[in-house]
Design a protein around this ligand. Structure first.
Ligand SMILES: Cc1ncc(COP(=O)(O)O)c(C=O)c1O
Length: 375
């Protein structure tokens, strides 16, 4: 039989570094590595989910999603509804659909170093090239303007930003946002901003690019804000419906429509009560953060002070991969910073969105390890 070979673009699809680490850890390891907030679904949403199963007819929705939900998302951003939203199966699908809709083979796409891992893989799967700009580790990971300007060529088509950042837990300041918009507008670069962590702010919600720039596509979801990762609801939104129309077409051929049972629950999540439930998650995360940063500070361990949950970027002694591997054997999973780009070298990312007893146990192990072992 003729050999059956996978498609050439599959060479860019590798098991992520995060998965490899998680899969090799002991079964009872405490996982500070995953991107998920490990709190249960809020009680209010659990009850609403049961009502939806009992009383709603769950068929297909229109490709772009239930109109009530698309309107609720526009209300959330305080923008007008004009067919400018596509509801997707999580932010991940929105990212894929957006990039598939705009990126040609041979295009270049700007991404930050360090940033969320998926962007690079999707860009490369589409036959395009990633061009990185620096968030400067010597300057608390502020945007390095020069490196951004240098990264732009006449092939640059788009930029993907994660704001607030995974893995850094910090958001761009007003100056950085204005500068990015100015540079991208002058060079006709499409800006796509992944804002999945925006609702988990500590003091102040970061500015959405949607309020600032007409030509930006915003990606977000309820996975983090409402602990609804398994319900798979995300969206792409822009002020301009013509920017979203191609994404709706792509989305139709990926999954027809986002899970409708989840779309009904998303409507509840965006209601006043749903947003109150989200507040409880945010407050619980802030309590966990207080424990983590107090403990690390008392142990003289350096970390980047975050402005949004759930990540802390913690400085380590020596090689971050070796530290992560050693910690994993000791029962605590963390992600080496350089998995997110070379500028993350010398750090590990921890997610403090887990139950507090597990958090305290794992932070104690991390601090002890840092004190005693140099790799
Ligand atoms: C920055 C970022 N974007 C997107 C996603 C995917 O989110 P979703 O579950 O909504 O697909 C994640 C998940 O970890 C993430 O960290």
């Amino acid at each position: 039989m003729k050999e059956i070979r996978v498609a050439d673009h599959m060479k860019f699809v590798k098991k992520s570094a995060i998965r490899q680490l998680v899969d090799s850890a002991p079964a009872d390891a405490i996982n500070l590595g995953l991107g998920e907030i490990q709190f249960p679904l809020p009680e209010f949403l659990k009850q609403k989910a049961a009502e939806i199963i009992n009383f709603k007819n769950i068929g297909y929705s229109t490709n772009a999603g239930l109109i009530e939900l698309r309107k609720a998302i526009c209300d959330y951003y305080q923008c007008e509804f004009n067919d400018n939203v596509c509801i997707t199966a999580g932010a991940e699908e929105a990212l894929f659909a957006a990039l598939f809709s705009y990126i040609n083979k041979g295009d270049e796409v700007l991404i930050a170093n360090p940033t969320f891992l998926a962007y690079k893989t999707i860009v490369e799967m589409l036959g395009a090239k990633v061009s990185s700009f620096s968030l400067d580790p010597q300057n608390e990971f502020a945007l390095n303007e020069n490196s951004l300007r240098i990264a732009i060529t006449d092939k640059t088509k788009a930029m993907i930003l994660c704001n607030p950042s995974n893995p850094l837990g910090i958001a761009l300041n007003d100056h950085e946002i204005d500068l990015i918009i100015d540079i991208c507008r002058k060079n006709k670069i499409l800006i796509i901003v992944d804002e999945v962590y925006r609702e988990l702010f500590l003091d102040e919600r970061s500015r959405s690019f949607l309020d600032t720039d007409l030509d930006t596509i915003i990606i977000s979801s309820l996975s983090k804000s409402h602990c609804m990762s398994g319900w798979r609801i995300g969206w792409a939104i822009s002020q301009k419906s013509e920017l979203i129309a191609p994404i709706i077409k792509t989305h139709q051929y990926i999954c027809t429509c986002a899970p409708v049972i989840s779309q009904f629950l998303a409507l509840e999540a965006l209601s006043i009560e749903g947003m109150q439930a989200k507040e409880e998650i945010r407050i619980k995360l802030a309590e966990n953060r207080k424990f983590a940063i107090d403990y690390l500070s008392n142990a003289n361990i350096e970390f980047l002070l975050n402005s949004s949950s759930p990540y802390l970027f913690v400085k380590v002694n020596g090689d971050d991969w070796k530290v992560a591997e050693a910690l994993s054997k000791m029962g605590v999973i963390v992600i080496p910073g350089s998995a997110f780009g070379s500028n993350g070298k010398g750090f590990v990312r921890i997610n403090y969105g887990i139950e507090s007893d597990k958090l305290s146990k794992s932070i104690i192990i991390l601090a002890k390890f840092q004190k005693e072992i140099i790799l």
